[in-house]
Design a protein around this ligand. Structure first.
Ligand SMILES: *[C@@H]1O[C@H](CO)[C@@H](O)[C@H](O)[C@H]1NC(C)=O
Ligand SMILES: *[C@@H]1O[C@H](CO)[C@@H](O)[C@H](O)[C@H]1NC(C)=O
Ligand SMILES: *[C@@H]1O[C@H](CO)[C@@H](O)[C@H](O)[C@H]1NC(C)=O
Ligand SMILES: *[C@@H]1O[C@H](CO)[C@@H](O)[C@H](O)[C@H]1NC(C)=O
Ligand SMILES: *[C@@H]1O[C@H](CO)[C@@H](O)[C@H](O)[C@H]1NC(C)=O
Length: 409
């Protein structure tokens, strides 16, 4: 996936410092491409939005900048955009009345103030979720109107709780608008979350399934086109799921690129009940690549740690996926000490260096998109592609060049 940007078609190393040595011609060519792509995608012909970068590993803001702010909230997504992420990531679940929402867990227990709402005390249920009986307040038992009365919380007690009980849960559509409203092109990365469970508990008009409503929402906002197509670059998206059946089903509904998420080695797929070993076999990668552009595995299945928290040798899954032309976007990178393997000297930048420069992954799900962005700016700066100073610089440049033609304000 690297080196397919609109300006570099020759294999320039993604980790080299491009801004410093590229001739001015490339600067012009790059700007011109961005301008053309953006102008076509936007209603206002004079507005130039910076393109999404495609020459270095994608920065995927896992549930927004959830290391700092409660996950999957508008402020968490806005913060990630401000910090330079390429994609904002989310999990899509449904309310009882079929409204698609951004929320990770099937229960509201851990990341909302539901326990402080006596009016919902009797709303606890027990359902089977992926073969396990689970008790709690399930989003599928609440209407959208009811959910709006809740406020979100940080999942981990060691993270900043100053923003607890302030921000509401948002709809899938609000999340899409946050990306589309950004001043530069920011991608979305929605997950078809627990599709088997959702289809069991929620019904839509006309016999539609969860996957139908999910795909319709994306098409309504103009998300379509294969990876790196002009349509994709105008509205970048990856659709992700742990359920192969859902990914194959939505392949009939949209040609947007899809990523097969892969769980830990002891967790079977939620729909097809296949083992980790089955879905990472050569035969399966060969089959699934007809439907997906990449895989999203847990990083510890790619390079497993030993019981002393030191990394063992790589399992070669990154290499094998690449040999099938599949991208690899591992999850989840977290700055905190308890999530770092000792090989990295308790330094998240060293972890990024290992995965980007040595493992050569194509994207990274991180709870701290600001840190990943900072790391990439230091090691492979791309002032031309993103960042506040670049925006200013490009704006000035574009106005100089095109002011006579488009009569910019
Ligand atoms: C959610 O909270 C309820 C009430 O305290 C409890 O019974 C249930 O086990 C909790 N569920 C989860 C998944 O934490
Ligand atoms: C996006 O921008 C439109 C137009 O300005 C506005 O109506 C809408 O509320 C914004 N949505 C979000 C989620 O920021
Ligand atoms: C895709 O659509 C075709 C034609 O409508 C249908 O035959 C096929 O079963 C569909 N595939 C899936 C996975 O739904
Ligand atoms: C899933 O597969 C495992 C191992 O093949 C089997 O033991 C289990 O019964 C299966 N579960 C379901 C729900 O089919
Ligand atoms: C990693 O593999 C090399 C050879 O490929 C071997 O010498 C070494 O012992 C292995 N290390 C671990 C920690 O398994």
């Amino acid at each position: 996936m690297k080196n397919h940007g609109c300006y570099f078609s020759s294999p320039i190393l993604p980790h080299a410092s491009m801004a410093s040595f590229q001739p001015i011609f490339y600067w012009f060519a790059f700007w011109f491409c961005c301008c053309l792509a953006s102008v076509r995608a936007r209603p206002h012909p004079c507005e130039v939005r910076l393109s999404i970068q495609t020459v270095r590993a994608f920065n995927v803001a896992h549930r927004g900048a959830n290391g700092e702010l409660p996950e999957e909230t508008a402020p968490a997504y806005l913060r990630a955009i401000e910090e330079g992420t390429d994609f904002i990531e989310t999990d899509i679940l449904s309310t009882k009345d079929g409204v698609l929402i951004c929320f990770h867990d099937v229960t509201l227990n851990d990341t909302t103030d539901i326990a402080d709402h006596p009016e919902f005390a009797d709303r606890i249920s027990t359902y089977e979720v992926q073969g396990v009986d689970t008790t709690g307040w399930f989003s599928v038992d609440f209407t959208w109107q009811e959910l709006q009365t809740l406020r979100t919380r940080q999942r981990f007690s060691f993270r900043d709780s100053a923003y607890n009980d302030i921000f509401p849960i948002i709809k899938f559509e609000e999340y899409i608008e946050i990306a589309l409203n950004a001043s530069r092109i920011v991608g979305i990365y929605p997950e078809l979350k627990n599709p088997v469970f959702i289809n069991e508990h929620v019904t839509w008009a006309d016999g539609k399934k969860y996957e139908d409503v999910f795909a319709e929402t994306l098409l309504k906002y103009g998300y379509q086109g294969k990876f790196l197509s002009e349509q994709w670059k105008a509205k970048p998206i990856f659709i992700q799921s742990f359920a192969p059946t859902s990914l194959i089903y939505v392949s009939n509904l949209t040609d947007s690129p899809k990523i097969l998420l892969i769980d830990d080695v002891d967790i079977p797929t939620q729909d097809t009940n296949q083992s980790f070993w089955e879905i990472t076999s050569e035969a399966y990668l060969n089959y699934i690549k007809e439907y997906v552009v990449g895989i999203g595995p847990w990083k510890d299945t790619l390079v497993p740690p030993d019981t002393m928290n030191h990394l063992k040798n790589s399992t070669h899954l990154v290499h094998r996926a690449h040999s099938h032309g599949l991208q690899v976007h591992p999850y989840t990178f977290r700055n905190e000490n308890q999530f770092l393997h000792f090989d990295f000297n308790q330094d998240p930048y060293q972890e990024y260096q290992f995965w980007i420069s040595i493992m050569k992954v194509d994207g990274i799900f991180t709870d701290f998109p600001g840190s990943l962005h900072m790391y990439q700016e230091w090691t492979s700066p791309m002032k031309l592609v993103m960042g506040p100073s670049a925006v200013t610089w490009l704006d000035t440049f574009s106005k100089l060049l095109f002011s006579h033609k488009y009569k910019l304000p």
